[in-house]
Design a protein around this ligand. Structure first.
Ligand code: SF4
Length: 445
């Protein structure tokens, strides 16, 4: 937690020697509190002052990295309890399990399925980033082989075992991929910490309540584990949600450093629908990582969509580049439509134009990421804005006709738009899902 100027002043030598360029230690302390200067500017600061100021300046939640290269995942580093206060910074890593009890053929098939899981929404990929290798076989060699198979998927690896021997075997096999070792409990903390620290890999601390987690995190830190993730092994989903909220509050508002770590959660109980509901709730409160057993795309999709929504910046609507977009292979006779650069609006329109199978041009107008009606109400979408967007995009050079299809919701601007552009304005459908019928039946007739 940041120190005030007076608290910093108490740590300074108070000699007013001016060597820092400030007339007094108090003036320097005030400047330091406002982050206008660095403590290095005072050559006389004691080691105690340096240590206390460094600790106070440290972020309230650690950022943990596991995986390497394209598979690297970062979790934690969060600064707020509620998204609207600023934003959440590091989207929840979604992982799926790979049990080491599968026979070779089933293991290969599951890895293939995992590798093929690909989702996209509003133009953004929504990946499954990690594979959590589990150890139901209890066998160290099988666990290591499954970890190697997981690494082959190109995703980050989480090693889920209570056996330090199995963790060591897997770390020997895939330690270079910097897996997350999951993990340590009160029963195996020393051996697990030693294995993770030797491999320089992050580790998970598991306990049933926040107090025990804080103690275990301290133990792991003293044992040389630099990066720690917490697993609250609660009795039921509600206890877990309440516990995670309490831990987040203690870490960010009460400055409880031992709880200032990201959290891993497991939504592996029940069928795919149960897992999806629990995982989506955990994404909201406050999972850094969520592990599911299901590979059903229909169950993973709502989890990934929830994540995408929760981790957008509430101050910045998702936007598409404002320009003339080609859908299909349009030519000089193809229709020209316009819509706004709010991602959800644009990609809905684009999808419906694609579905019509009529090649077309879509002019994406910059309305600062707002939808058609919102932009029109806020005067971010008017005849001048559209005319300028047409000019900037060189629409006239793309088609030989002079017809512009506008969203039905802004039919009211058609007259002024015709005056501003000299183009004939055709009022399109109000709802995007009517575009295929419009393009096939009205435009093409
Ligand atoms: S250099 Fe240090 S001791 Fe001297 S005035 Fe500045 S803050 Fe105070």
């Amino acid at each position: 937690m940041a120190l005030s100027g007076l608290e910093i002043f108490k740590l300074l030598p108070k000699t007013n020697c001016k060597d820092c360029g400030h007339p007094t230690c108090l003036a320097f302390a005030m400047a330091l509190a406002q982050k206008k200067v660095s403590l290095d500017a005072c050559p006389h600061a004691s080691d105690e002052a340096k240590e206390k100021l460094a600790a106070a300046a440290a972020p309230p939640m650690q950022t943990v990295t596991f995986g390497t290269g394209d598979a690297a995942c970062q979790v934690g580093g969060e600064t707020v309890l509620f998204r609207h206060e600023e934003k959440f910074h590091r989207p929840t890593v979604v992982a799926v399990t790979l049990p080491d009890s599968l026979d070779d053929a089933a293991l290969t098939a599951r890895c293939e399925t995992i590798r093929g899981l690909a989702f996209e929404r509003i133009g953004q990929p929504m990946p499954i980033e990690a594979v959590a290798v589990t150890n139901p076989s209890g066998d160290a060699a099988r666990f290591a082989a499954a970890a190697q198979a997981a690494r082959g998927t190109g995703k980050a690896v989480i090693l889920v075992t209570e056996s330090a021997a199995a963790a060591k075997a897997a770390l020997q096999a895939v330690g270079g991929a910097r897996p997350l070792v999951c993990g340590a409990s009160a029963a195996n903390a020393d051996a697990m910490a030693s294995a993770a620290a030797a491999a320089k890999c992050p580790i998970v601390a598991r306990a049933a309540d926040p107090e025990a987690l804080a103690d275990l995190a301290d133990t792991l830190k003293k044992a040389g584990c630099g990066e720690i993730v917490l697993h609250l092994d609660a009795t039921d989903p509600w206890a877990e949600m309440a516990g995670l909220a309490r831990m987040r509050h203690l870490a960010l508002k009460q400055n409880v450093r031992a709880l200032g770590h990201p959290v891993i959660t497991f939504a592996t109980d029940g069928g795919p629908a149960d897992q999806a509901v629990r995982a989506a709730a955990l994404v909201c409160k406050y999972a850094g990582i969520v592990v599911l057993e299901t590979l059903e795309p229909w169950a993973l999709l709502p989890v990934l969509t929830t994540r995408q929504n929760i981790y957008t910046d509430p101050q910045k609507p998702a936007q598409v580049e404002p320009k003339l977009h080609a859908v299909g292979d349009p030519d000089e006779t193809s229709p020209v439509l316009f819509t706004t650069n709010f991602s959800l609006t644009y990609y809905t329109v684009e999808g419906d134009v694609e579905a019509s199978r009529v090649p077309a041009w879509i002019l994406c107008v910059d309305t600062e990421g707002t939808s058609v009606l919102t932009a029109y109400s806020g005067d971010k979408l008017n005849e001048k804005v559209v005319a300028k967007a047409m000019q900037d995009a060189g629409v006239e050079s793309k088609v030989k006709h002079r017809k512009l299809i506008i969203p039905g919701y802004v039919a009211v601007m058609s007259g002024k738009l015709e005056e501003a552009t000299g183009w004939e304005v055709l009022v399109g459908p109000r709802e995007s899902n009517q575009i295929p019928r419009y393009l096939k039946e009205v435009w093409s007739s």
